[in-house]
Design a protein around this ligand. Sequence first.
Ligand SMILES: NC(=O)c1ccc[n+]([C@@H]2O[C@H](COP(=O)([O-])OP(=O)(O)OC[C@H]3O[C@@H](n4cnc5c(N)ncnc54)[C@H](OP(=O)(O)O)[C@@H]3O)[C@@H](O)[C@H]2O)c1
Length: 254
Amino acid sequence: MGRALTRTAAEFPQLTLAGAIASPHSNALGRDAGELAGIEPLGLAVSADLAGALQNADVAIDFSLPEASGAHLAACRASGIPLLIGTTGLAQALGEADLAQAAQHIALLVASNTSLGVTLLTELVRHAAAALPVEFDVEILETHHRMKRDAPSGTALTLARTVADARGIAPAEALAGARSARSGPRRPGEVGFAVVRGGDVVGEHDVRFLGPGEQLVLGHRATDRAIFARGALTAALWLARQPAGRYEMRDIFV
Ligand SMILES: NC(=O)c1ccc[n+]([C@@H]2O[C@H](COP(=O)([O-])OP(=O)(O)OC[C@H]3O[C@@H](n4cnc5c(N)ncnc54)[C@H](OP(=O)(O)O)[C@@H]3O)[C@@H](O)[C@H]2O)c1
């Protein structure tokens, strides 16, 4: 993601890269961030000195490891710099209380999917799930490349939890998982998943609302992994102008 962010930053003329940070043991230390990202040299060496880089920054973006994000959050808080965390699996290392406490001092946005399209899809699904009668069954179909390890995807799970939340159903009760192992009719209120794996598909999600006599299908197609970098940079530019507080990707559309 660091390389993708460096490459995609060139699409944002209002943005200047103030630092490129890796771990203190990284092979990348001292190398030019642009060359590493496969573009022209930027005259910016990869460094482990986050505090130094923050002196010239208006906002920071963290895509690293859960165990590293805590130190990055502390450094941003100490420098008063807004932070977007895209690192997933944060709960292993950083609790909600840590995030809430930091958000009293800096603008903090945490997002497990920074795609603008998926962010909007989630909001549309939230509205549809709340507006349509519960007779509209919800099924989620997702397709990814053959190398993907987890199923259903984290985005599919987020979409299912969004449906459950909008309908006031506990996610543990609503998520139906794979149906192949069990027979019987569909349970009222459950959200089912269908998973396809193959080829080099970056990511496809369809949320189907199946009602009496009609269907509504809301979907998203990812064709390039740069969408996560583009969304993160768009959100970071927005976050740099916000007061201290806790934010989500959907807030940038308000
Ligand atoms: N929110 C989203 O939409 C989204 C999209 C894609 C990925 N992600 C998440 O973003 C995270 C990174 O993904 P990735 O694919 O870029 O993984 P990756 O290729 O393993 O990169 C992790 C990076 O973190 C750096 N790092 C590790 N420890 C560090 C430390 N203590 N201080 C500073 N940098 C450190 C590593 O640099 P060195 O090893 O060189 O030190 C490496 O560049 C994962 O949690 C992934 O799930 C989120």
